[in-house]
Design a protein around this ligand. Sequence first.
Ligand SMILES: Cc1cc2nc3c(=O)[nH]c(=O)nc-3n(C[C@H](O)[C@H](O)[C@H](O)COP(=O)(O)OP(=O)(O)OC[C@H]3O[C@@H](n4cnc5c(N)ncnc54)[C@H](O)[C@@H]3O)c2cc1C
Length: 412
Amino acid sequence: MKETDMIETDIAVVGGGLAGSTAAAMLGRAGISTVMIDPHEIYPPDFRCEKISGPHIDALKRTGLADLVLPATTFDGDKSDGTSWISRFGRLVDRRPGDQHGIMYDDFVNTMRRAIPDHVPHYATKVTGLTTSADRQHVTLSDGQVVSARLVILASGLNVGIRHWLGIEREVISPCHSITIGFNMKPVGRAAFDFGSLTHYTERLSDKVAYITLFPIGDAMRANLFTYRGADDPWLRDIRHDPVATLRRMMPHLADLTGDFEVEGPLKIRPADLYVSKGHLQPGVVVVGDAFSTSCPAAGTGSYKVFTDVERLCNVHIPAWLRSEGMGAEKIAAFYDDPVKRACDEFSYKEAQNLRSMSIDSGLKWQMHRWARFGMRLASGTFRRRLRGARMVKTVPDRREAPAVPHQDRAA
Ligand SMILES: Cc1cc2nc3c(=O)[nH]c(=O)nc-3n(C[C@H](O)[C@H](O)[C@H](O)COP(=O)(O)OP(=O)(O)OC[C@H]3O[C@@H](n4cnc5c(N)ncnc54)[C@H](O)[C@@H]3O)c2cc1C
């Protein structure tokens, strides 16, 4: 291919999932010459992150794109009583103001893609080759075109192939760390549930469950259930075959809060490994999002990590790197050493491990942690209830509010 046939750009973003689309939107808006390469013209339905809240929103705000993305989400504060119910030991311990924004993953990514300015081209094709150097990078597309860029942002998610060409290895630190199950829940005999959203923690350690969370997306109530069972556990067959009976058996107090419920549509079941990259510090290429390391869906830190990676990269590092010649490894190292990114990665890893231990570990240390967590939640719920100057909810029977005495096998 002649030099003149090449597509010249400063930044080639490989992968247009949440990380790649956010990066393309931020760089395009900053006037930095960028192209995005992803085989899907429109991101297809995919069972991934379905809600954001708390620190995710703060991280999203730092990208400058929150005002474009949040209106596409469903806010639990706008539904039913507008509060987010928390239940531990099978009892309602807190009703805090709604703070969860639900959105299906494909809508999330496609909304983010709409924030990409028109002058940033999207090549709807696969990357089939990549060579990197301290000067220019060459990205070969499956239609034969070649993109020549000063920097490649590798945001190709779980794809192993591209990292393999570059000699970037994947170290699995916790295989099948958790399994996420997604489905829609509907109240029986009533138009809506009483809550804006609900998080119901495991009732017994032996169930190997972290929690079930119910949150609205549009007019539907979406449920995500997080478990620590093996991928071959027959329990997965049970829940797929008869989700209502399996949930009622496993979490007998769930229906105290939801009332009778049914499960709509097919269940999505997806195991997640925790892994980190090795050998990623190379000239000309920077790895972000799931391509760099995965998070546990139960800990819900994946999009926080994505937004933190991309925000630091696009707001801080890339503008500095483009001011001088070359794209050597010493420049790239500044991103991996960024204290904000490192703290976020560490937080994500610790949350994944702590939540698992908190949910299934019967050791004394974790029993004490469960009690402490329960006490804190109860105290903040009681304080909030007093502030409201009324009982928690008039419609809630007393037994849902009063904390039960924890059984040895119970989780707070
Ligand atoms: C079941 C599940 C539930 C989750 N729940 C939550 C949650 O509640 N909260 C939370 O914060 N996080 C959650 N996560 C994690 C979160 O979804 C991920 O961290 C996030 O989606 C990663 O985004 P990404 O852009 O790095 O990867 P992806 O979205 O996977 O994007 C990768 C992109 O690369 C493209 N690509 C791959 N190969 C090529 C190629 N050769 N050429 C060009 N393009 C290519 C793909 O087409 C894709 O578009 C969950 C994850 C799972 C699996």
